[in-house]
Design a protein around this ligand. Sequence first.
Ligand code: ADP
Ligand code: MG
Length: 682
Amino acid sequence: MSDRLNQPVTQLKGIGPEMGETLAGMGIHTIKDMLGHFPYRYEDYRLRDLADAKHDEKITVEGTVHGEPALVYHGRKKNRLTVRLLVGRYLVKAVFFNQPYMKQKIHLNDTITVTGKWDQHRQTISVNEMASGPHSRSQEFEPVYAVKGKLTVKMIRRHIKAAFDQYGDSISEILPVELLSRYKLMNRRAAFMAMHFPGDPAEVKQARRRIVYEEFLLFQLKMQSLRKLEREQSPGIAQQYDVKEIKRFTDALPFPLTGAQKRVVNEILSDMKSPYRMNRLLQGDVGSGKTVVAAIALYAGITAGFQGALMVPTEILAEQHADSLHQLLEPFGVKTALLTSSVKGKRRREILELLQNGEIHVLIGTHALIQDEVIFNHLGLVITDEQHRFGVEQRRILREKGENPDVLFMTATPIPRTLAITVFGEMDVSVIDEMPAGRKSIETYWAKQEMLDRVLSFMEKELRKGRQAYVICPLIEESDKLDVQNAIDVYNSLTVYFQNRYKIGLMHGRLGSEEKDAVMKEFSSNEVQVLVSTTVVEVGVNVPNATFMLIYDAERFGLSQLHQLRGRVGRGSEQSFCILLADPKSEVGKERMTIMTETNDGFVVSEKDLELRGPGDFFGRKQSGLPEFKVADMVHDYRALETARSDASALVQSKAFWESDKYLLLRRLLEESGALATEKLD
Ligand code: ADP
Ligand code: MG
């Protein structure tokens, strides 16, 4: 970039230290930042023909005052000035609220221009702005900017104008001409110009298209060059596994792998065999069979002479995984061990010792795995389950416990494709998009609160067949404000309802981990038939005999979370049911319930969730690492995102991109963004 543009904004006329500080608070430090502070919307002051104005639309019209303005007071401060206005062929009313002084400015037969909201039914404009005389704005299509503190939109317009006058010529093109002509994109300076000083909406659209593409391309170039660099600079272990052994292992499984499982296993194995370090995300809906895939990968590593680790977010999950991996791997002579914070004393020392001398092949555990005392002998593969629950730092520590071990992240949260390619752009992604054969979809119903009695008799019918049920409640404690059912209340009332017929258990986040375990064990062994719980059962818990789930206040959960919860049932061969008890007030709430009843496909659910919530809220947390684009919108502009991704990939692979002068400015921008540094982000 031109160095001129990197000068501080205080270089501009009219921007002193104080204004400089206000601007800095908005992230505007340099001239470049100022030029790139784009409007978030535009005010359209072009004259409109009333014939095509829509109800509730903001419009500007010019008209002649027809009749004396009438001022009516209702209350001491409230008043309304009504002016009859002849606009073209239409006689309409212009109404001014609480601006009595306007009466003096408006006279019979005057021509005036008014801007305001059009009420088509009443043929009335509620006026926001008025000018005497005919329409005479120099700029009919005005940018509106985000502002802060004492800074007004007018002021920032002036500053941006000044920035353009003095520095506009320094905005140089960064994209090669092939891309500009392939997509018929405006050049960079013209696009910046048009964003700030547009003649009409069509121009903004073209300018926006150019800038969206540029933002996505830069972002994708950054991700993909990181990935390339990472591959070249941190060689991993080429694990020489034994294919025959792996085959023996898969043949011994009680079921054939699904096509999707076979595909992802091959993707993972070829990463493990390659000299590069695997950095792969495995996505698969609940119940799609990720555990078996993990077991195969771990076993492959063991046949190559390496140890493996599996890290999961909770103790309950760690135990379950330890159990199922033990069952799968033990017959093949693999020694597995569980390490959580509740493994203490002698047992703990023993595990740590066996691990260090290589006698334990696979270690399963919680974040206990990343403590200093945990030393592997030759760690080759690290798998983390439910990866978005772990911080970047924790993943890094675990990875550094071996010499560049291969890393596989597993997640049961189906991530919409658009988000996956943005957030995980520097990772390889494998998707299990097929359920094991014979899996019945979970019949899901939406019931109003008042139908609770019928829902409970339905539940009892299932219990009588020997099945078990989950009852999910949103909060642990009563909160008057939120007026939600709490788990304890529900537990108490269900205990009364089912009396001596069935035993009810209670599970929530306030219980200690031993209490939780005890409850979970009672439920797994069917000593307890109904488990009332908060969302702590959300992840991974596996009780195949549980075929019924009732979710209270379901409107309080997000779509993806409802889907996760629902995944606790439908894990056996029997038909399962999920009842959403909800009285949603909003349209979005109703739509969420409907979507849940219509599909069992996690990817469909997640796409809808993204549509309803927007990318920022999708992960529910800031740590998601979602990039922030100034203009581009990942959901709305997903086509541009896909295009930019494949262009970036082709560029990064090409020799020309790294050598030719044509790409010099692009490369420099990447450098500035830190993408070409050797230290890699996670
Ligand atoms: P996930 O971890 O993806 O939610 P699991 O690995 O726990 O799913 O698998 C869910 C259930 O499906 C387990 O009981 C597992 O044994 C079974 N399963 C896995 N793969 C298959 C398959 N290919 N065919 C039949 N059942 C399978
Ligand atoms: Mg799992």
